[in-house]
Ligand binder design. Structure first.
Ligand SMILES: Cc1cc2nc3c(=O)[nH]c(=O)nc-3n(C[C@H](O)[C@H](O)[C@H](O)COP(=O)(O)OP(=O)(O)OC[C@H]3O[C@@H](n4cnc5c(N)ncnc54)[C@H](O)[C@@H]3O)c2cc1C
Length: 501
């Protein structure tokens, strides 16, 4: 197993005032440090030939002290922050963008998967709790589509991005979650080997520190867990990961003429490739209508490096090229789609703020949810929620779906609390696509539904740990299960499957 452990030793040094400065007169210190053009301090006579730069020590303002700090405002982070605040814990959610939703808004996903399960041939919405509250708010804003069938086996549910953003703002405000937007988590300072003291964030006002009793990593990339020294795996542990995609949306489609074009588009793609008019980076394109039939989302692209492995969402140069190539692929896809009946007068109405990243770090916790767990509809005594989405493997040139047997099986697996509890760090939980799963398990439970469920459980677990004056690893799972059920969550076990959609 390729486990890499990062420690931010350098950041500990940052907070320390170099002792030799204590015996220098102020004028001498001023000679060594001066404010840079960005308000930071720079060394006056740097070693220009060095490949690394020594950052001078500086005092970092404390932004605030919280009981729970959540890094990342995607589905996992939204649910985690609400669940912690709902339990009366002073909670801060930190997000690098100026809006919530994670990949669901920032990467233009515009579609919830994993809210439903096909239970012996009948569809049920198995993710409830915080997700139900959010969905109701999106619906009240007129931004929620009715669920639609995917591959004849499972439901997904499209939404409008602005409605998601506004509904999430309202949801967090209703629960008195503090939000810090436009703040990029940048490192941690540890209290000791196993406890995080503060999370460092870069803001327009400079670097600031956030102190919390318990931190929840909902960054999708496991940034916080990695900085704190928790073990993690990356992608398939073989240099690749689920391939990213640049989503986009088209407007100006004639809904009558387009009809159920998602059924005919794959055959039209094959025909175009055979005729040599177009080449596509992947099969299995997903092109489906949004709430208003004139607007369709297009999940068509696949971003690879020159060696054919997936663009790595942890590498700035990869991300840069991925964004540019992604937009280029989007235009090529658009040129093809304009040949589809009903799409002739369409135009690109949205290219999202960022490339869609499906997988990077997966933090190693007390249990790693596997592909077998998904296909075998596994049960766990410490279940905190369920996943009804199949394995969805974005491999080179294709997308492969693997379902549990339907209708023979109940169509969902349970999610154990242990997948939210990292090894090695005591005041940290993680939820969402960076939770403890194997590469195969993550291909299923990374979608929004399971991320909401994991996030809600992590927030509730943090609150329980604080009230019991213990660490998240040591809380009683039964107490967590009771708290989640009390707030309407479905956790599997002997609970009856929620009725309706
Ligand atoms: C192209 C594509 C299509 C998809 N299609 C679907 C679909 O149809 N339905 C579905 O349900 N799922 C889909 N998914 C998967 C799903 O969107 C994600 O897996 C899900 O959003 C993960 O939720 P999360 O909360 O774990 O992380 P994310 O959604 O990734 O959210 C993480 C948040 O943390 C923030 N963040 C990250 N690092 C930092 C940092 N250092 N400092 C501050 N903030 C930070 C990010 O800005 C982001 O808001 C798709 C994904 C992709 C990429």
């Amino acid at each position: 197993m390729d486990r890499r452990v990062f420690k931010t030793v350098g950041l500990v040094a940052i907070l320390r005032f170099p002792p030799y400065l204590a015996c220098q007169p102020l004028a001498a210190i001023a000679k060594i440090f001066r404010p840079g053009h960005d308000g930071r301090h720079s060394i006056r006579e740097p070693n220009l030939s060095s490949k690394t730069i020594e950052e001078p020590a500086r005092q970092i303002p404390l932004y605030g002290e919280y009981e729970v700090a959540v890094l990342g405002g995607g589905p996992a982070g939204i649910a985690a922050a609400v669940a912690a605040a709902r339990a009366a814990r002073r909670t801060l959610l930190i997000e690098r963008y100026g809006f919530l939703g994670g990949m669901g808004t920032a990467a233009g996903v515009t579609n919830f998967c994993g809210l439903h399960a096909n239970v012996h041939g009948e569809m049920h919405r198995v993710v409830q709790g915080v997700a139900s509250d959010l969905l109701a708010r999106i619906d009240r804003l007129g931004g929620l589509n009715a669920p639609h069938l995917v591959l004849g086996k499972i439901f997904a549910q499209a939404y409008d991005t602005p409605a998601y953003k506004i509904a999430a703002d309202d949801l967090l405000a209703a629960h008195k979650v503090d939000i810090l937007f436009h703040a990029l988590g940048a490192g941690v300072v540890m209290q000791d080997d196993r406890r995080i003291n503060v999370l460092m964030v870069e803001t327009k006002a400079g670097r600031q520190a956030v102190r919390a009793g318990i931190f929840i990593d909902c960054s999708g990339d496991g940034d916080l867990a990695a900085w704190a020294g928790a073990p993690f795996e990356v992608g398939d542990n073989n240099g690749s990961m689920l391939y990213p995609s640049m989503m986009f949306r088209l407007n100006g489609i004639d809904p009558e003429r387009a009809g159920e074009a998602w059924r005919s588009i794959p055959a039209l793609m094959e025909k175009a490739e055979a005729a040599g008019t177009h080449r596509f980076p992947r099969k299995a394109a997903i092109v489906r209508p949004q709430r208003h039939g004139i607007e369709w989302r297009v999940n068509f692209t696949q971003l690879a490096r020159e060696d054919g492995t997936a663009v790595n969402g942890l590498e700035p140069d990869d991300l840069t090229r991925g964004e540019i190539d992604g937009r280029h692929q989007a235009i090529q896809a658009f040129e093809f789609l304009r040949t589809v009946p009903g799409f002739e007068n369409s135009y690109i109405v949205d290219l999202p703020p960022q490339l869609g990243i499906r997988e990077t770090r997966r933090v190693v916790g007390g249990y790693m949810l596997s592909g077998d767990d998904v296909l075998g509809c596994a049960s766990f005594e410490d279940s905190i929620g369920v996943n009804g989405w199949p394995m969805e493997q974005h491999v080179a040139g294709n997308v492969i779906f693997k379902f549990p047997p339907i209708p023979e099986s109940r169509g969902f697996n349970e999610l154990p609390y242990r997948m939210l509890v990292p090894e090695g760090v005591d005041n940290l939980l993680m939820a969402g696509r960076c939770a403890s799963m194997t590469h195969d398990g993550q291909s299923a439970a990374r979608v929004s539904g399971a991320c909401f469920a994991m996030g809600e459980a992590a927030g509730a677990a943090a609150a329980l740990a604080l009230s019991g004056n213990t660490i998240p690893r040591d809380i009683a799972p039964e107490k967590l299960q009771q708290a989640l059920q009390h707030h309407g969550a479905f956790i599997g076990r002997d609970q009856s499957v929620p009725a309706g959609l």
